[in-house]
Design a protein around this ligand. Structure first.
Ligand code: MN3
Length: 238
């Protein structure tokens, strides 16, 4: 399992003040979750890697605060709830609500994980160019960083309703692909590992950009954190 998935899923430890201040370079972002016994893990909202106002003026502090403390937190809570209910179902051998809780697990689990990638796909003062192995892979699969940017941007702007644009790594043929997601979990090919993503739910931009999703997506590129994306790529390309 990759480092990012381990960090996100977590298995041991409790969140601490030290963990809040942890940077991406730290080997111990795994302290997100604490075991509550049995076969399930209690997930904890991963720390935001910067202050609420750190992405100003591209993304305003209020949007980041609400997005992180309300929306992102709700997906973590929803993921825990779904897993608790499925645990109860197993204990009681009563799967009459398995459709409902499986759907909640998918929606909230995908939402929680994509937000983890989303916050780290950006950084204050970001917006530089891809370098090293990710640069080479982008050239191989897209021809140039500019072409990737054009496809990723178009995918983001054109998501129907609420969703995401995602750059993912496909282990099978070791290639990069751009996918759209509707909600958090729909339209995937299941085999890809998200390396970077942009949230185009209205809650991600509406306070500042209103209905102008295209401007938000265009501006978002000035925050992009290629260091994280390269790190993520290197962990998965083995
Ligand atoms: Mn969101």
């Amino acid at each position: 399992m990759s480092q990012n998935r381990r960090e996100f899923l977590g298995t041991t430890g409790i969140i601490t003040a030290a963990a809040i201040g942890t940077t991406l370079a730290s080997p111990n972002l795994s302290a997100f979750a604490t075991s509550i016994g049995g076969t399930i893990t209690k997930h904890v909202l991963p720390p935001l890697p910067y202050a609420y106002n750190a992405l100003e003026p591209i993304i305003d502090a209020k949007t980041v605060e609400l997005h992180y403390t309300k929306h992102n937190a709700a997906y973590i809570a929803g993921l825990n709830k779904a897993e608790e209910e499925l645990q109860k179902a197993r204990e009681n051998n009563d799967f009459s609500l398995v459709d409902y809780w499986s759907k909640k697990l998918s929606f909230n689990g995908a939402g929680a994980f994509l937000h983890y990638i989303y916050w780290r796909s950006m950084k204050p003062g970001g917006g530089d160019s891809p370098k090293g192995e990710i640069f080479e892979q982008i050239n191989k699969d897209f021809g140039s960083p500019e072409t990737l940017k054009n496809q990723f941007t178009a995918a983001a702007i054109n998501v129907e309703g609420s969703g995401w644009s995602i750059l993912g790594f496909r282990p099978d043929d070791k290639s990069l692909v751009v996918l759209q997601a509707e909600n958090h979990q729909k339209l995937t090919t299941w085999d890809i590992v998200p390396l970077m993503c942009i949230d185009v739910w209205e809650h991600a931009y509406y306070l500042k950009y209103q209905n102008n999703r295209a401007q938000y997506v265009k501006n978002w590129w000035t925050l992009i954190n290629w260091d994280f994306i390269l790190k993520n790529f290197k962990e998965h390309k083995m």
